[in-house]
Design a protein around this ligand. Structure first.
Ligand SMILES: Nc1nc2c(ncn2[C@@H]2O[C@H](COP(=O)(O)OP(=O)(O)O)[C@@H](O)[C@H]2O)c(=O)[nH]1
Ligand SMILES: [Mg+2]
Length: 324
């Protein structure tokens, strides 16, 4: 239960001509689905649902970045269903694949719940995965829901990073707490949380660097940011949100392990699902880690952030028919 009530939503901004309604998830996951579609079409049109086919299907799932353990588990489910006669044709295979994938994803579909005020989100992840863009999209989303938001420019390593966040702040009309490039990220986070409390802001989102001189410098900095936030509010940050670029495929799993070991990851946002055929990596992550997937990024614009929904994602990934 959120501790505080939502404010009434702000008046709708006039729609700009370029702001067409966001296309459905299916359209945005087309690259991942097409890759699977082609492979499934080739295999399932062939004929018998036999062991040769099962092996080829397993290879196809692995090549679509579902990873070995998840691909095996899906195929075990399919073998069982064919054996017991529950699945007897290609359409049945597709529907079973969708169900199996949904079952693997379902435990990770846990929404972010804003149960503190200010609710502090610390956004982490390697350079270029989409942290700053995700922060902007998330801030816009929360603002649309009636929450007041503040941003902290904690990527002080690159001059352009502070400006990038400030530009988003201007566009969204959201305050951005920043110091000059090269200053201490933990000091920025400290000032931002103090300001958020003083101004009674609902949500503070803290941006961070994705690269410093070394990987251990980065992890030490993130730990320091966490410590400093916790000094002001023992429960902060309430959410360490790691951003992962889905296009990096299996590499995303080792990024998660590294950051989780250093700072503890509470939730994920998988970005760039619109530009990659590797969307299956969400299934690999869900099979291996019991980590909430909060959001997915499906484009670079303000509205291109979706709450993660296991059934929708599975349905968008696996075609309904062989001609889809
Ligand atoms: N297509 C696409 N591009 C994205 C998405 N999220 C971020 N990007 C782009 O990825 C690039 C790096 O993003 P940025 O937020 O600066 O990454 P950061 O270094 O982690 O802060 C930018 O060009 C973004 O516009 C997404 O969901 N889809
Ligand atoms: Mg950034």
């Amino acid at each position: 239960m959120p501790l505080f009530r939502r404010r009434s939503a702000p008046e709708k901004r006039p729609q700009l001509a370029s702001e067409s309604p966001p296309p459905g998830l299916r359209a945005r996951l087309a690259k991942s689905r097409d890759a699977l579609s082609r492979g499934l079409g080739g295999l399932l049109r062939g004929g018998a649902l036999d062991e040769d086919l099962f092996e080829d299907l397993e290879d196809l799932l692995i090549s679509a970045d579902l990873g070995v353990p998840a691909s095996r588990r899906v195929m075990e489910g399919l073998r069982g269903a064919v054996k017991s006669g529950r699945v007897a044709d290609p359409k049945g295979v597709l529907s079973l694949l969708r169900d199996q994938i949904e079952q693997i994803l379902a435990p990770c579909a846990r929404k972010l719940s804003l149960n503190a005020r200010p609710f502090v989100v610390l956004v982490v992840g390697v350079n270029g995965v989409g942290k700053t863009t995700t922060i902007a999209k998330l801030a816009g989303r929360l603002q649309d829901q009636g929450y007041s938001v503040m941003l902290a420019a904690g990527d002080t390593f690159r001059a352009a990073a502070v400006e990038q966040l400030q530009r988003w702040g201007e566009r969204l009309d959201i305050p951005v707490i920043a110091q000059e490039h090269g200053s201490d990220a933990a000091a920025v986070a400290h000032d931002a949380l103090a300001a958020a409390r003083a101004r009674g802001v609902d949500v503070l989102i803290v941006d961070t660097a994705g690269r410093l001189h070394t990987q251990s410098d980065l992890m030490e900095q993130l730990k320091k940011v966490k410590r400093v936030l916790a000094k002001l509010d023992a429960a902060a940050p309430h959410e360490v949100l790691q951003v992962l670029d889905a296009g990096t495929g299996q590499n995303a799993l080792s990024q998660l392990e590294h950051f989780n070991a250093a700072v503890g990851v509470d939730g994920l946002c998988l970005t760039k699902l619109d530009g990659t055929a590797k969307g299956g990596v969400l299934v690999a992550i869900a099979e291996k880690f019991a980590v909430p997937i909060r959001y997915i990024g499906v484009g670079e614009k303000r509205h291109d952030l979706r709450e993660f929904d296991a059934a929708q994602f599975a349905a968008a990934l696996i075609p309904e028919t062989l001609n889809a």
